[in-house]
Design a protein around this ligand. Structure first.
Ligand code: MG
Length: 376
């Protein structure tokens, strides 16, 4: 038994004993080191955020995640489900879903198409829980062949984009301080959608002239206001706007996408592949925000990025607050996209992985097999 595994079991046992959670570890089959079959385990973990994080609808200081491991022949792949409460998944729902997953029945870990389709069919929803398995399987496969995924996908890691760093909605003095702390980045993402949109932007502009991006998180209810803001934001050096209006306001969003001088990207409104196709058919958005916790993982994310490019849509790769595990997995695909907002690991104080780095604002992928993370 490796020390890694012992820690996992010990931690899981401690949590099981200390909380109301039902079994926090899945091991339908005894864990035998070097076993030529897929072993699967998981444990809940809670991310501590460095700052209170406020977006249009709420504030919070923690994010529940589920950490997964898939092991084959002594090689371990890491995965993660990040579950911000407003999206409906939790430690309990992930536990309920993951306890139904039996990877031991698949003799070949490379049988990704079948395994991922089977997992998707276990129950509807649960996109983050599904992603936690998809990511771990990708990590395992990359490690088994000894290559990072950017290379397996034929991508040039040096083409990884800069990442935005997110400034949450706050009072002007706090925004000023957060902006000063973020001056090492090359692009800032500004959360909007409350009653201080212009103040947020003007406060940041009093500190820096670097490019900005805007995310009202469905906070704008009037399309004329949204269009007016789009023009003003363009003058302020903003590059694009994520999900300006409620996701069910399809006609207003299509009108805005046709009239906005800035690209309008669907985030809350585009979860998985069928949503992307509908958005394209209806002209709802000019682009899409891909996140592994929406797409059920890397496999569908890759397909969606390819399809969005074919549709002529812009692509932003985003994330939730996540450890470096899920963020680094996302970064493997980032050389394909127009923009990245992969700062989720930088917003937490208790990361347990080391992976992608931000150097001079740009994502720098580790040259390690799989998704490229090691335990910190
Ligand atoms: Mg967003």
């Amino acid at each position: 038994m490796s020390s890694d595994r012992r820690q996992f079991l010990t931690h899981a046992a401690a949590i099981a004993g200390a909380s109301l959670m039902t079994p926090t570890i899945s091991s339908a089959h005894p864990a035998v080191s070097g076993s030529k079959r897929l072993l699967f385990r998981y444990r809940p973990y809670t991310l501590a955020l460095k700052h209170v994080f406020t977006v249009a609808a709420m504030s919070r200081t923690t994010t529940p995640v589920m950490l997964t491991e898939v092991e084959y022949d002594g090689v371990v792949g890491y995965g993660e489900a990040s579950m911000p409460p407003y999206l409906g998944e939790s430690h309990a729902t992930a536990e309920a879903f993951l306890s139904k997953v039996d990877l031991a029945k698949y003799p070949d870990p490379f049988d990704l198409e079948r395994i991922i389709a089977d997992i998707d069919a276990i129950a509807p929803g649960n996109p983050a829980a599904k992603a936690s398995i998809d990511i771990a399987l990708h990590d395992l496969i990359g490690k088994l062949v000894g290559q990072p995924w950017f290379r397996l996908w034929g991508l040039d890691a040096s083409q990884a984009p800069v990442t935005t760093f997110t400034i949450g909605i706050d009072k002007a003095d706090v925004v000023r301080e957060k902006t000063k702390e973020a001056l090492g980045f090359k692009m800032l993402k500004v959360k909007l959608g409350k009653d201080n949109d212009r103040e947020m932007i003007e406060t940041i502009r009093s500190i820096t002239d670097m490019p900005l991006t805007a995310d009202p998180n469905q906070g704008w209810k009037d399309r004329a206001y949204a269009a007016e803001m789009a023009h003003w934001l363009k003058e302020q050096g903003v590059l694009y706007i994520e999900q300006p209006m409620p996701k069910d306001r399809l006609d207003d969003l299509a009108w805005l996408s046709a009239h906005s001088p800035l690209p309008i990207l669907g985030d809350e409104g585009i979860q998985r592949l069928p949503d992307l196709i509908k958005a394209h058919e209806r002209g709802t958005y000019n682009g899409v925000v891909i996140k592994l916790m929406k797409t059920t993982g890397l496999r569908e994310a890759h397909t969606m990025i390819r399809m969005a490019i074919a549709f002529g849509m812009k692509v932003l790769f985003g994330c939730m607050t996540e450890t470096s595990c899920a963020v680094t997995a996302a970064a493997q695909l980032s050389p394909l996209v127009d923009w990245a907002d992969l700062d989720g690991n930088l917003l937490i104080s208790n990361d347990i992985y080391d992976g992608v780095r931000v150097v001079d604002g740009k994502l720098v992928l580790p040259d390690r097999p799989g998704i490229g993370v090691v335990k910190a």
